[in-house]
Design a protein around this ligand. Structure first.
Ligand SMILES: NC(=O)C1=CN([C@@H]2O[C@H](COP(=O)(O)OP(=O)(O)OC[C@H]3O[C@@H](n4cnc5c(N)ncnc54)[C@H](O)[C@@H]3O)[C@@H](O)[C@H]2O)C=CC1
Ligand SMILES: O=C(O)C(=O)COP(=O)(O)O
Length: 528
């Protein structure tokens, strides 16, 4: 298995990869995009920090790729959508660099309060500027934190130790978490208008891009101080330059930029009261060791069939749960395939219902298996990562419902497909006997019992004498052997559902003969 380590991660992490039998570790730090494209071609996994871009082109060029691991938080350098389409897991290591980044943010806040960077430069240039560098105090000031996640919360704790009041704006911050952190929940406007210091700790999204722009600066207090150690562009650089030059902003600190690195002649580099660091938030010995080890462990687990954690494009699954779900997985996949073949066109919605003991387990992997089964004959390279997305792309809604009992079975997986025009088809499956053999036990509310490992002929026919004999003779003439059959009569409607387990599919001639029989309403061959 080829593991491409595209950005420099901790040697301890690299050694963890190297210690795995069968892992061929290729360290390619500082490679150009063209080199990465070439190196990715036969890679099973790629580990990155923020320097290497894993584009849709790289993913498309890497047919063996299974995992992209990010030793850090932000994944804006990875095309997650392309990865998901190709069934590639994208994972990050969300906690290892939290403290490092919070501490760098606080360093920026202090450096924006006491101008030690500028004073130090003066000293080194031979000056003794005691009057020029009067600072300010954090004590009793109001800090506005935009994005109260892991890093925002650590910054807030440190600010409170410096006797600051903290206002937090984060649409996902609950009242109880705000209370337990000791911060005051506020709107974005309240933060903008009332804070003496503003620091941002959010991902870059369409909502956060340029959240602090010219209009926001206008509404801020005179002499406000602003900091960005999250993602370049959350604070609009042009607006910040203007606000610093006009004196609206007293001091600012940036660790991240709209373009990284910013141009050598970027106006940012010439502003005295703006402290700049080259994206150093996560660059501490401790943080790099944490994320390097985390990413290696997580990727190894995922590549060797263990638990997938911190994946951004699939749910985490505990191997213990997977083991318990094991016998149901094949059944689920088969029920999924059956449902698609029974309703091959116009499907608008899939409803998956779980009954009985399975409902006590995390059924998401099972839902994934059913979706994979549904897609088996209609899509390529389907796996757990891309199955939900592929179903969504087909315009098919998918719901899962759990119910503790079922009148007839201890446990049952039922898949209902709803098609255009309101028609629905339903398949149910369960595990039978000591060996937990998967069986199909329900077709459109008719009870049947057939194997999940056969070619099945499913008929809906008028409940009149002679049908079984007719099918037996027709298939016999066609040299098709019947291994088993299951009949389910519905006296009320006068119809029966008949399922024949066959050794092979009937020929077109036999199919024609059967479908032309006046008592046969529906004919479908299902290949499981
Ligand atoms: N400078 C550096 O080297 C580093 C930068 N980072 C960056 O720091 C940022 C924060 O990282 P974490 O705290 O670990 O992430 P997190 O996921 O724990 O926190 C992000 C918070 O932003 C909030 N949020 C999302 N959209 C928002 C919106 N529109 N308005 C307000 N809040 C919003 C979320 O609810 C969440 O609480 C990320 O962008 C990450 O990439 C992280 C590590 C190192
Ligand atoms: O973890 C993050 O989001 C970071 O921005 C850190 O980036 P880096 O790993 O230092 O290139």
């Amino acid at each position: 298995m080829k593991i491409l380590i595209a950005d420099r991660i901790s040697p301890i992490g690299v050694d963890l990869f190297k210690a795995q039998p069968g892992f061929d570790v290729v360290e390619a730090y500082g490679s150009s995009p063209e080199q990465i494209l070439e190196l990715a071609k036969d890679a099973d996994a790629i580990a990155v920090r923020s320097d290497t871009r894993i584009t849709a082109e790289v993913i498309a060029a890497a047919p063996k790729l299974k995992v992209v691991g990010r030793a850090g938080v932000g994944v804006d350098n990875i095309d997650i959508e392309a990865a998901t389409d190709h069934g590639v897991i994208v994972m990050n290591t969300p906690t290892g660099n939290t403290i490092a980044t919070a501490e760098l943010t606080f360093t920026h806040m202090l450096a924006g309060t006491r101008p030690i960077v500028q004073a130090c430069a003066g000293m080194k240039a031979g000056r003794w500027d005691r009057k020029k560098y009067t600072g300010s105090e954090l004590n009793q000031k109001t800090l506005g934190v935009l994005g109260m996640g892991r890093i925002g919360a650590e910054v807030a704790k440190r600010a409170m130790a410096f006797q600051m009041d903290v206002l937090a704006y984060d649409p996902y911050l609950t009242e109880s978490r705000a209370k337990s952190l000791g911060v005051k929940q506020a709107t974005l406007d309240e933060v903008i208008e009332n804070a003496d210091y503003i620091t941002v700790h959010m991902p870059m999204t369409k909502d956060t891009k340029h959240m602090l722009n010219a209009d926001a600066f206008k509404r801020m207090k005179d002499g406000v101080r602003v900091f960005n150690c999250a993602r370049g562009g959350i604070i609009e650089e042009a607006a910040l330059i203007e606000a610093l030059n006009s004196g609206k902003v007293a001091a600012a600190g940036l660790d991240v930029y709209e373009d990284e690195p910013p141009a050598e002649d970027s106006p940012l580099r010439g502003i005295e009261n703006l402290v700049l660091t080259p994206h150093l938030g996560a660059s501490t010995v401790e943080a790099q060791e944490n994320v390097g080890i985390d990413v290696a462990k997580q990727m190894i687990e995922a590549l060797t069939g263990g638990m997938v954690v911190n994946a951004l494009n699939m749910p985490s699954v505990d191997p213990k749960v997977l083991e318990k779900l094991g016998p149901y997985m094949t059944l689920g996949e088969k029920v999924g395939t059956f449902s698609q073949q029974l309703a091959p066109e116009g499907v608008e919605k899939i409803t998956i219902r779980y009954f009985g003991k399975i409902t006590e387990l995390d059924t998401l992997p099972l839902t994934n298996a059913i979706q994979r089964g549904f897609l088996r004959d209609i899509s390529d390279n389907v796996n757990n990562v891309n199955a939900p997305k592929k179903i969504e792309r087909l315009g098919i809604a998918c719901d899962q419902v759990k119910s503790s009992d079922h009148a007839d079975f201890n446990e049952l997986i039922e898949v209902e497909v709803a098609c255009k025009g309101g028609k629905t088809r339903t398949i149910g499956g369960t595990l039978v006997g000591k060996n937990q053999t998967p069986r199909i036990v329900e077709i459109d509310s008719h009870s049947v019992e057939v194997s999940t490992d056969a070619t099945l002929l499913v008929l809906k026919n008028k409940d009149v004498p002679g049908i079984v004999g007719f099918i037996g003779v027709t298939l016999g003439e066609d040299q098709v052997n019947i291994a088993n059959m299951s009949l389910s009569r519905d006296k009320g409607e006068g119809f029966a559902v008949s399922v024949f387990e066959l050794d092979s599919a009937p020929s077109e001639t036999a199919a024609k003969k059967i479908t032309e029989h006046p008592a046969i309403e529906k004919y479908r061959v299902i290949k499981l």
